[in-house]
Design a protein around this ligand. Structure first.
Ligand SMILES: [Zn+2]
Ligand SMILES: [Zn+2]
Length: 126
């Protein structure tokens, strides 16, 4: 029996707190999608387009939009069932993004050994 941890961090660094612990794939991917939506909104807000025709170029608009659309594609992989399918088959879900400024980011939902009930991260959540 295993359960799932969801979180985000910069690759190479240990995640700091804020790990979501759940025993259902639905919950895990819901949490992951929520975090990704936040990230996409953030990147699109930083868009450097100076006029609408540039913005309409989509991922070619600017570097921020490029990352924003990558995040949107990741969200789409959750919406279309791709991510759930790989988790059901024992795979982890991991998305990496490279914004034009600042460190790379990764967002993940990983299978973790042990029962959800016995997990130290689950304790004190409620
Ligand atoms: Zn846990
Ligand atoms: Zn843009």
């Amino acid at each position: 029996m295993s359960h799932i941890h969801v979180g985000s961090n910069m690759p190479g660094y240990l995640p700091e707190g804020d790990i979501y612990c759940t025993d259902t794939i639905d919950d895990a991917l819901g949490a992951l999608r929520f975090d990704l939506q936040d990230a996409a909104d953030h990147y699109f807000e930083l868009c450097e387009a100076e006029n609408e025709s540039q913005w309409l170029k989509g991922s070619d608009c600017c570097d921020w939009c490029d990352v924003g659309y990558n995040v949107a594609a990741a969200i789409n992989r959750i919406s279309n069932g791709d991510a759930a399918y790989s988790m059901e088959n024992g795979g982890d879900v991991l998305f990496n993004f490279s914004p034009p400024e600042g460190p790379d980011l990764s967002y993940w939902a990983v299978l973790t050994s042990g029962e959800h009930d016995g997990c130290e991260l689950a304790e004190g959540e409620f």
